[in-house]
Every structure is written in structure tokens, then in C-alpha cells.
Design a protein around this ligand. Structure first.
Ligand code: NDP
Length: 328
């Protein structure tokens, strides 16, 4: 067997932990270490034999890491860490601020080209696997509509908003795709769907002792920007139920392309994900792309890339002949 691909993790939150777990399922890869802005002594890994280093030391690892998987947040960590890391490493990240993706691509491309590295941005599932399915859909069925539905999924931002409502002790928010809307899309109708028609929102709340349920419910469902444009259900539960049923980070959704070909035949393409842990799944995607990035970098490619630029066979640990035989 060839030498394992040496991987580093930059930033250790939910996604970083997921990458550590995913690497343990891929024997052709080896985790060299985790880099954190926090005091390394305070960062506890799943496997305590893996070293944690201060982020400030990362430049010293240029010859020891083949691919650095960046696990910082998209909002403020990656815009800073991505371009910096691309000067020293081949990188993979899950940048998910759709509106700023070209800006971020440019910010990675220049340092990666200058230093001779490959920087893969926006891996994961959305953006990521969902993006690929949107491209397949609209290219194969040029006359049609593409629909993306999310959920059932925990939304961190909306959960924070629920927790800020006076009277709420603990709270989570799930986004759910509307079954009615999905059925209409699957039927080939190609409906125009409003925000309210596509998704509903569901909140689970533990009330503070003296809080009034109706007042809390009203404050949540009428909250502008977060809930006012949706049909929102609020469920009040006790602390033990909250602990038991609302600790995981589920997510997922559907990408559906509905189109017409030739003699007015309706054609539907559907891709769906049902994830019990969003960060663990996202991390598994990043690890597969780290393998592809390593191979492309070894072949001399440099610059920024997205899922659109990377051939699927490169993700697999299997060689091309084996892939053709088993999966074609
Ligand atoms: P976290 O908030 O858990 O972690 C982000 C960073 O915060 C870490 O890299 C870590 O950096 C720091 N951090 C983590 N825990 C602590 C702590 N206890 N105290 C202080 N700092 C801490 O974010 P996630 O890992 O959940 O998500 C990262 C990003 O992944 C998201 O911003 C999102 O954009 C992206 N994502 C993308 C998806 C996709 O499909 N493309 C899907 C899901 C997520 P450090 O170790 O340096 O302190």
C-alpha cells in the first residue's frame, strides 16, 4: 500500500470532531494533528493520542501535512483562514455563504496559485452534493425547474432566536419541507412555491417556571425575519424530554428537477439526504474530497476548485479499473 495521505484539521468544533471520526473510517488517510486557536491543553479530541497544536504553529507543518481540512465557521473564520492556509497547504473547506462564493473563490485562488497549492472550497452537502445534483438536473433537463427543500433539520440561527425570547429556558428549531409541496413537485406540475408553501418550522421549548405559554408562542410565531413568513408550530416540553429527544443535529433535504423532454414526457430527478448528524456527514464529504485534492495536487494542479471541477472517481479509494468493474 502507498503511504497514507497525511491530513490536518484546522479548527475543532462540531465539524472538526466529525472529520476526526470520518478519518478513522478511511485507512488510506492519517490524521497528523489538530490545530486550534484555543489553548491546545483545553481541546479534547475523540482520540487522545492525536496531538493538538496551537494554530500559530501551523506554518511549521508544511512538509508534514498533505491536505489541511478547514473546519472553521463560514461567517468569519474561513474568509480569514482559507486564504492564509492556501499559502502553505492544499486545503478543503465547507464554506456555505452562497452569496459570497465567487469572492471567496478569488480570495483562495490567488494565494493557492502563487504558492503552488490546490484549495477546494464549499464541500459538504449544501453547498456540495446538492450543488452537483442541481447541475446534473438543469443540464440534463434544460426545460424544467429545480427545487431544493431542506429538512428535517436543526437550524442553529433559528434555535438561537427562540432562546432569546423571554420565558424560554431551552429551545430548538427544526425546518421541515412541506409534504404537500414535495408531492406537487414530484407530480411534474412545476409549481411556483412561496416561502411559506415550501417549508414549515417547528420549535420545541422548555419554559421558565413563571413563563406564560401563549405569550411565548405569540412572540415566536410573529418574530420578523425568522418566523413571521412561515407556518410555525411551537411545542412545550419538559426538560427530561428535551434532553432525551433534542440533542442530535439532524438535517437533510431534497433536490428535485422536474422537466419535459421530446414528446412532452415528464421526467423527474430526485436526490435526498436524511442525516442524523449534519456535522458528521458534512465531515465525511470533506474527507472524500481531501483524497481527490491530494491526487490532483500530486498531478500538479493548483488554484481554487469546487465540486463542479472534481471528477467523482477521484473521491474513491478504489482505482479506476476497480471502480469500472464494480460500480459502473
Ligand atoms: P463550530 O461553531 O462548532 O466550530 C467553529 C469553530 O469554532 C471551530 O473551528 C473552533 O475553532 C471554534 N470552537 C469550537 N468549539 C469551541 C468552543 N467550545 N469554544 C471556543 N471556540 C470553539 O461550527 P461547526 O463545526 O458546527 O460548523 C463549521 C462550519 O461548517 C459552519 O460555519 C458551516 O458554514 C459549515 N457547514 C457547511 C455545510 C455544508 O454542507 N457545506 C454543512 C454544515 C456546516 P478553534 O478550534 O480554532 O477554536
Amino acid at each position: 500500500m502507498t503511504n497514507p495521505i497525511r491530513v490536518g484539521i484546522a479548527g475543532y468544533g462540531n465539524l472538526g470532531r466529525g472529520v476526526e471520526a470520518a478519518l478513522s473510517q478511511n485507512p488510506d488517510m492519517q490524521l497528523v494533528g489538530v490545530f486550534s486557536r484555543r489553548d491546545p491543553a483545553t481541546v479534547e479530541l475523540l482520540d487522545s493520542s492525536v496531538p493538538v497544536y496551537a494554530m500559530a504553529e501551523v506554518e511549521g507543518f508544511q512538509d508534514k501535512v498533505d491536505v489541511m481540512i478547514l473546519c472553521g465557521g463560514s461567517k468569519s473564520d474561513l474568509p480569514e483562514q482559507g486564504p492564509y492556509m492556501a499559502r502553505f497547504f492544499n486545503t478543503v473547506d465547507s464554506f456555505d455563504t452562497h452569496a459570497k462564493v465567487n469572492e471567496y473563490h478569488a480570495a483562495l485562488d490567488a494565494p493557492a496559485r502563487e504558492s503552488g497549492h490546490l484549495a477546494m472550497l464549499s464541500g459538504g452537502w449544501d453547498p456540495g452534493l446538492f450543488s452537483l445534483n442541481r447541475v446534473y438536473g438543469e443540464t440534463i433537463l434544460p426545460e424544467g425547474e429545480t427545487y431544493t427543500f431542506w429538512g428535517k433539520g436543526l437550524s442553529q440561527g433559528h434555535s438561537d432566536a427562540v432562546r432569546r425570547v423571554p420565558g424560554v429556558q431551552r429551545g430548538v428549531q427544526y425546518t421541515l419541507p412541506s409534504e404537500t409541496a414535495i408531492a406537487r413537485v414530484r407530480s411534474g406540475e412545476q409549481p411556483e412555491l412561496s416561502t411559506r408553501e415550501k417549508h414549515t418550522r417547528e420549535c420545541y421549548v422548555v419554559l421558565e417556571a413563571d413563563a406564560d405559554a401563549d405569550t411565548v408562542r405569540h412572540s415566536i410565531v410573529t418574530m420578523p425575519d425568522y418566523f413571521a413568513d412561515y407556518d410555525t408550530q411551537v411545542h412545550f416540553i419538559d426538560e427530561a424530554t428535551f434532553e432525551r429527544d433534542h440533542q442530535s443535529m439532524p438535517h437533510g433535504g431534497f433536490v428535485i428537477r422536474s422537466g419535459l423532454t421530446g414528446n412532452n414526457n415528464t421526467q423527474t430527478i430526485e436526490y435526498s439526504l436524511a442525516l442524523n448528524s449534519n456535522p458528521e456527514f458534512t465531515a465525511s464529504v470533506l474527507v472524500a474530497y481531501a483524497r481527490a485534492v491530494h491526487r490532483l495536487a500530486e498531478a500538479g494542479e493548483v488554484g481554487a476548485r469546487t465540486v463542479f471541477d472534481i471528477a467523482p472517481g477521484l473521491l474513491s479509494p478504489k482505482d479506476p479499473a476497480q471502480l469500472r468493474k464494480e460500480l459502473l
